[in-house]
Design a protein around this ligand. Structure first.
Ligand SMILES: Nc1ncnc2c1ncn2[C@@H]1O[C@H](COP(=O)(O)OP(=O)(O)OP(=O)(O)O)[C@@H](O)[C@H]1O
Length: 453
């Protein structure tokens, strides 16, 4: 899943809360920072760009009346009046929630929270924050990464690239089919870049990462008061792509009732937000993607046939990496260049032996797996010689901690491997893993943060 470019700050004096909120939110947002002491908030905010703050309401033992949270919220508002703040408390007084909202909190979360709700609330706040900052929505959603490696020696891929060139100039709906990691997102972005809409928004909506109850609100937007949590009018993601391109990823996940709504939108080019009767004219180009067999989904009545025939005006089958062995060397070189720079190891090269090793592997995770393999290899290599850590080697390293299986004696790397192993063994139970490793829970947390586990 692609993370949203956003910086979330969590302020809580409970390390466990900081840890679990951070781990969960890191799945969706590019940067999540934590502070355990509220007195550091203002300094932090004056030094860093933050999109949303999650703020505990009680910092002092014996003063659990929420006043701390309200005080710090005011301090933040003085510094950054537009910054959305979500307050958290374990004490569920309705009056407190109302007071917080009246004082300008953008939402209120009860601990222990429901993860989906926490995500929904932060996600909404991030969108509001962007609008507040008066940034062009598309500049944020369309994360323009570096150039990709789009040259290809593979006939199957050349065919796809030719079709992409032909179709980009038109407004035809495009359906990209392919396994995970084959580059569907990269190609969707490329189609947009080649089109006349290239200076307009490119909005990626990943239906695989949204929970089903958020689909409709996220896609179509809503009117204030349309449902309990609708505190303000909200333009959905599709509307935010006006004049540009909407990339609807994992389209097979769309529930049937929303398939009907999407079909009508594609046919009529009119959109109405939830709770709103007026219709808005919509000018967007749609690109869809899935790794599912949509024909089968149609046969099983899980996907509307009429929608399928609407979205597949042009259907492109993206080959798996194992079907385009000719491209492995160029792609690997591209990733090597990228990671040589990132990890300051300019002398590393891929020789023929290594390339042959790469081409003899089946890459079930496709280009994404190759990308990760090269990155890990660069990290684990010394400055001079690139040593490949192939996916199967890494798995066996984790399975077999015997010394002769270990390829590196670097203590940090060993530490990371052991921590991963302990977490796997205890299925993520921090207390048991810490005990097994002979560490305190806090020490394990710190190391997990360090290794971004
Ligand atoms: N042509 C390419 N050049 C460089 N990197 C690429 C290329 N294609 C894919 N990648 C990289 O491979 C990874 C997977 O690509 P992408 O997200 O486009 O695949 P996907 O088919 O959309 O995957 P999924 O179905 O899992 O969402 C990304 O990190 C992307 O940057």
């Amino acid at each position: 899943m692609r993370k949203k470019e956003a910086h979330i700050l969590i302020v809580d004096d409970d390390e466990d809360i900081l840890f679990s909120a951070r781990v969960w939110l890191k799945k969706f947002f590019t940067e999540v920072s934590c502070l355990s002491q509220p007195k550091n908030i203002l300094k932090f905010l004056s030094e860093q760009q933050v999109d949303t703050v999650l703020l505990d309401m009680n910092f002092r033992k014996g003063f659990e009346n929420g006043q701390d949270g309200l005080y710090w919220m005011q301090e933040i508002k003085t510094l950054e009046p537009q910054l959305p703040i979500i307050l958290m408390t374990a004490y569920g007084e309705v009056e407190l929630a109302v007071e917080a909202l009246k004082n300008g909190a953008s939402d209120f979360i009860l601990k222990p929270w429901n993860n989906e709700k926490l995500y929904a609330s932060v996600n909404l706040a991030v969108d509001v924050s962007r609008k507040n900052k008066k940034l062009n929505q598309w500049e944020n959603i369309n994360i323009k990464t570096n150039q990709y490696q789009l040259e290809t020696q593979s006939l199957a891929m050349q065919e796809v690239m030719d079709q992409i060139e032909r179709v980009s100039a038109t407004d035809a709906n495009v359906l990209l089919l392919g396994e995970n990691g084959t580059g569907k997102y990269v190609l969707a972005e490329h189609i947009h870049e080649l089109s006349e809409r290239k200076n307009q928004p490119f909005v990626h909506i990943d239906l695989g990462s949204l929970s089903e109850n958020l689909f409709e609100a996220e896609l179509f937007g809503y009117k204030k008061g349309a449902f309990t949590d609708a505190h303000q009018d909200y333009a959905g993601k599709i509307e935010n792509a006006q004049n540009g391109t909407v990339f609807l990823d994992e389209i097979g996940n769309l529930p049937l009732h929303l398939q009907t709504k999407l079909l009508s939108l594609i046919q009529n080019r009119k959109l109405s937000r939830i709770g709103e009767s007026k219709e808005r004219m919509l000018d967007v180009r749609f690109i869809f993607a899935t790794n599912e067999n949509l024909k089968k989904a149609v046969a099983e009545n899980r996907f509307r046939k009429d929608l399928y025939y609407r979205i597949n005006t042009v259907e492109l089958n993206i080959p798996n990496l194992r079907e385009r062995i000719e491209d492995i060397s160029n792609l690997a070189d591209y990733f090597l260049d990228k990671y040589k720079q990132k990890y300051h190891k300019p002398d590393l090269v891929l020789n023929e032996v290594l390339i042959s090793e790469l081409t003899h592997y089946s890459w079930p995770g496709n280009i994404r797996e190759l990308d990760h393999c090269i990155e890990r290899s660069v990290i684990l290599s010394n400055e001079k010689n690139l040593k490949l850590l192939m996916p199967q080697d890494e798995e066996s390293m984790l399975r077999e901690p015997q010394h002769d299986n270990v390829k590196s004696l670097n203590i940090e790397q060993m530490e990371e491997i052991l921590i991963k192993k302990a977490l796997k063994k205890h299925r993520g139970n921090i207390s048991l893993a810490a005990e097994d490793l002979g560490l305190s829970r806090a020490a394990l947390y710190r190391r997990m943060e360090k290794f971004e586990l």
